[in-house]
Design a protein around this ligand. Sequence first.
Ligand SMILES: NC(=O)c1ccc[n+]([C@@H]2O[C@H](COP(=O)([O-])OP(=O)(O)OC[C@H]3O[C@@H](n4cnc5c(N)ncnc54)[C@H](OP(=O)(O)O)[C@@H]3O)[C@@H](O)[C@H]2O)c1
Length: 368
Amino acid sequence: MLKGRATASGTGAYASRFAGLPGNFRAMIGLSVSSIGIGTYLGEPDEETDREYEAALAAAVGGGINLIDTAINYRFQRSERTIGRVLAAMAARGEIRREEIVVATKGGYITFDGEVPPNPRAWFDEHFIRTGIASPDDLVEGSHCMTPKWLAAMLEMSRANLGLETIDIYYLHNPETQLNGVSRPEFLDRIRAAFEMLEGAAADGKIGVYGTATWNGYRVPATERAWLSLDELWRVAYEVGGEKHHFRAIQLPYNLAMPEAVTLANQPVQKQRGTTLAVASAMEMGVCASASLLQGRLARGLPPILREAFAEFTSDAQRSIQFVRSTPGINVALVGMKSVAHVTDVLATASHPPATQEQLMKLFQPAR
Ligand SMILES: NC(=O)c1ccc[n+]([C@@H]2O[C@H](COP(=O)([O-])OP(=O)(O)OC[C@H]3O[C@@H](n4cnc5c(N)ncnc54)[C@H](OP(=O)(O)O)[C@@H]3O)[C@@H](O)[C@H]2O)c1
């Protein structure tokens, strides 16, 4: 197991090795993180994809990306295990130090072990129900659980898979899923229990900070069932963890086709309403944008207006990522990559400084 965690001095030293990437590194939760992070969600749960991700992760970490995003259920734990192998090998070869790299993972969804078992139901009963880790009542939609017992078990599995003593950012994965099964007061009770467990994990050095990685929660109107209030969650964290609580990061989809984080004022704070990005920034939370390429679709043909706005870039993937990484309030644009060619293409974006506010605003003005 690699000891330690990402630190201010370690991530700062990493950033100083990449002088050719202007504006790539930003301050987030007291660390220097790259404006682009590598995601590991998509792909088949097989060995060939493991090998592809191994090469892509090594190219990313070797090329100026020091934030890796995963989840225990991504490719049935194969993504976490692949990251663990890559980090251990790079550290053993002296190419990186643990302190330089920020690793984020998530717990909440049921996961199998590397592949779908022949009888998924029986497998789940044997591994999670009979062992007492979960009871059928804990599950929402038959697939989501965030009881302290479940999260504690998932955290231990993630630490083992990643080979890390401390996970830098641990997210509750799509916690809004629970709102499909329970009332909002019950949901907040469950959040409180989860945050208590995560504050304990931070005190034990098993995680650095924790957060909420969401799909709908922060980008739907407050009238929707799946809506999450940052202020409400922040208050729960404050109540369980005090002034120095560790609820410090959020993740939500943000890209050229899903701009709600910056266009929808759905977060009430003290009788006012702000956008998720404005409120998260005011709380000094780390913000990672997921699906920066709309799961690859934005890399396959942007309208001319967007090509013109980012004329200095050579691919639509680069233009789409430039939009995300330049948006005020976004710390990291997460891009899923299992191809080394994509890593090279995406890293070329970071050789440009982020777009100015003026350049970005042109995108929101009607064409003449
Ligand atoms: N609720 C949540 O918590 C949540 C939800 C979604 C995503 N996420 C996180 O955010 C990360 C990013 O989202 P995502 O992976 O779903 O989607 P994405 O980043 O929008 O798109 C990934 C896709 O784009 C392709 N791609 C990458 N670079 C490219 C390039 N330069 N040119 C053309 N195609 C390119 C990738 O291909 P290759 O893989 O073949 O390289 C992959 O198919 C995830 O990996 C995950 O870590 C979190």
